[in-house]
Design a binder for this molecule. Structure first.
Ligand code: AKB
Length: 315
């Protein structure tokens, strides 16, 4: 029998699709979605929902006890661009929410945790191409510092208290169901919306800034795949590198132009350029492939096809 799952931050870009997929897989009644505010009508209507602040330990504990929750996916976070504007709020949200779920697991009130890390854990001194699983990590952003600290705490709770916490370092995620918010890689979603709406886009990164990216379907498959893996096979309890594709704004532009030939992009780099410049260009995910058979399915052109088709249908 499936034991109940709680998703914190269920209404965000990843949380929405994760909730839909977990409900399809394990039954709607077994997946409790929660967020600080209500989400899309379809998400709210498709199963149990709780208004919940991920920084409030007692409130989470009440929900965990009420539904007899077994696993928690903690998807609430402040992303890189917003975190630069509100450093203390970002630190409080990103760290306190993590401690809340780690401590619930330490006290055996829940049994398993998924917590997302990010390519932002790497910094300007990290090797840029094929960034290895273990390498120099000196993040220069507020968000990156919180994710790197989070990774250290996850590994610590696993080693000291046997907490079954699992994590991946997400690259930029491309999706059409829910908009991202406050990230540096968000341009790679906005560009599709603007291509269809206006035929032009002003990009906040320069044309040759290559970053690791992934289509959301792959990210959800990776997340659930890791959570379903045999714990004995997992050699990493900080966070796994997760690779798929890498491209620069000029390459995504060319990919869109195959469908919309007149599409034009101008470049006006802002403060997010410095964040992007500190991150890797491509990721070596050999360890994830070896430990739990990770394999991406989407490249840039298949992502573009999916994005344009689905956005046309829904707009
Ligand atoms: C961001 O841009 O902040 C995120 C990330 C790479 O973690 N999408």
């Amino acid at each position: 029998m499936q034991k109940p799952i709680l998703i914190l931050g269920a209404c965000g870009q990843i949380g929405t699709e994760l909730t839909i997929e977990l409900r399809a897989k394990y039954g709607s009644e077994n997946v409790v979605a929660s967020d600080i505010r209500e989400g899309s009508e379809s998400l709210m209507a498709s199963g149990p929902f709780e208004l919940l602040d991920a920084t409030n330990y007692e409130a989470i504990e009440d929900v965990v006890m009420h539904y007899e929750i077994d696993e928690v996916y903690l998807m609430a976070a402040m992303l890189s661009a917003t975190a630069e504007k509100f450093p203390m709020r970002a630190w409080n949200l990103n760290m306190n929410s993590l401690f809340n779920v780690l401590n619930l697991a330490k006290d055996r009130k829940i049994n398993k945790i998924f917590w997302p890390s990010s390519i932002a854990v790497f910094g300007p001194n990290t090797p840029k191409e094929h960034t290895p699983q273990n390498t120099i990590m000196e993040p220069s952003t507020v968000y990156g510092i919180s994710k790197q600290s989070g990774e250290r705490w996850c590994e610590y709770y696993f080693n000291k208290f046997g907490v079954d916490v699992r994590s991946v370092r997400y690259p930029g995620l491309i999706s059409w169901k829910t908009m991202p918010g406050g990230g540096t890689t968000d341009y790679a979603v906005e560009i599709y919306h603007e291509a269809l709406k206006k035929g032009t886009y002003s990009c906040f990164l320069n044309e040759s800034t290559k970053l690791p990216m992934m289509y959301m379907d792959d990210a959800i498959r990776a997340t659930i795949g890791l959570m379903e893996s045999d714990p004995e096979k997992l050699s990493v309890r900080s966070s796994y590198n997760l690779g798929s594709m890498s491209f620069a704004p000029k390459e995504i532009t060319q990919s869109i132009q195959k469908h919309i030939p007149g599409f034009k992009v101008t470049y006006a780099p802002d403060f997010r350029q410095e964040i992007a410049d500190s991150w890797p260009s491509s990721i070596d995910d050999t360890t994830a492939k070896k430990d739990w058979n990770w394999k991406p399915a989407f490249d840039l052109d298949s992502t573009t096809g999916e994005m344009l088709d689905n956005l046309k249908k829904t707009s």
